[in-house]
Design a binder for this molecule. Structure first.
Ligand code: AHM
Ligand code: MG
Length: 334
């Protein structure tokens, strides 16, 4: 018999401390969890159920879609549209806001998500994840427009990610710290396994796609050069480097043992301020990182203070261990 705290139990107990809570949020989160279990199963079975490989289609960002990008997007929609908790959804894989079908009631929340982050990794059996963020609808029970979604990250009610790694985990914040749950496949429940996750303030590990080096701005060039100089350079210590090409895996490593992650502003494509998307990736991960004691910035400003200009807006991201991110931010100032 299991003796751990299930995710549902954890959320209901948290809700008891919130005056006037109706249980609607708990219902919404339960639907998200069902979607995540369904996605975990598909990712895990992989080639056995014919879900690997690419499609001919591109998403609005001009990226080739994997079969699983489309399948997991569908899983998020089907599991979350019916219950009457949402006034609309938006996803990295859909050009426009997804309206809740008229046969279902509307609710007081909005959800944005990246159904399968790091999907370039699925065919090679490396970790991928799902990222989601829940906002309040500007007008409850009214079909949401794009403008309703353009809220700064500080307004998020909840953010979370699922990591489909050697085990499936769900990491969550509702603004009262960060908690991690591991899926026990035998009983089909997420069990609290990583209570109150905290990012160590100091680190000797950095993550950046070094193939973009010639496009980086001066502050990032300086920071990485100094890390590479190691104990004989100005930082006076040796650094380690990791790049999984899956932001969920990267952030999870940082939550577990510290580190700094950068997908900075670069000059590769002057039309794009960065690679990662503000609504689906940068904001939810920033909320989680800040709640775990870390820092998250574009290099020039706090990500969660930015007012989004469009649904698919991209931003530079520098996040992780507080003292290390502050070194990079200092270089941006000077
Ligand atoms: P995706 O949402 O299309 O998977 O793209 C986002 C991913 C992040 O998970 C990861 O940090 C980054 O793209 C990797 O980029 P690169 O391929 O330049 O290494
Ligand atoms: Mg992504």
């Amino acid at each position: 018999m299991h003796t751990g705290t299930t995710l549902t139990q954890f959320i209901i107990e948290e809700q008891r401390h919130i005056a006037g809570a109706t249980g609607e949020f708990t219902g919404l989160l339960n639907d998200v969890v069902v979607a995540i279990k369904t996605i975990s199963n598909a990712v895990n079975k992989g080639a056995l159920i014919g879900v690997m490989g690419a499609l001919d289609s591109e998403n609005i960002q001009g990226e080739t879609q994997k079969k699983l990008d489309v399948i997991t997007n569908e899983m998020m929609i089907r599991n979350n549209e019916w219950a009457g908790h949402l006034a609309g959804m938006a996803s990295e894989e859909m050009d426009e806001v997804y309206p809740i079908p008229t046969k279902y009631p509307l609710g007081k929340y909005l959800m944005v998500f990246d159904p399968l982050d790091g999907s370039s990794n699925v065919d090679i059996n490396i970790s991928v994840g799902t990222i989601f963020s829940i906002l309040r609808a500007q007008v409850p029970n009214r079909a949401a427009s794009e403008a309703d979604f353009l809220q700064p990250g500080v307004k998020q009610v909840c953010a979370g990610y699922a990591l489909y790694g050697s085990s499936t985990m769900l990491v969550l914040t509702t603004g009262h710290g960060v908690n991690g749950f591991t899926l026990d496949r035998d009983i089909g429940e997420f069990i609290l396994s990583h209570p109150d996750m905290k990012i160590p303030a100091d680190t000797k590990e950095f993550a950046i796609n070094a193939s973009n080096q010639r496009f980086w701005e001066a502050p990032v060039q300086r920071y990485v050069a100094e890390c590479l100089e190691g104990s004989t350079g100005p930082r006076g210590r040796d650094f380690n480097m990791r790049w999984v090409a899956s932001m969920v895996a990267e952030v999870h490593r940082i939550l577990t043992r510290g580190g700094i992650f950068m997908y900075p502003r670069d000059t590769k494509d002057p039309g794009k301020a960065g690679k990662l998307r503000l609504l689906y990736e940068a904001n939810p991960m920033s909320f989680i990182v800040e709640q775990a004691g870390g820092v998250s910035s574009t290099g020039y400003e706090r990500i969660m203070d930015m007012t989004p200009e469009s649904l698919h807006q991209r931003v530079p991201v520098i996040l992780g261990s507080k003292n290390e991110v502050e070194v990079v931010l200092g270089y941006h100032k000077s």
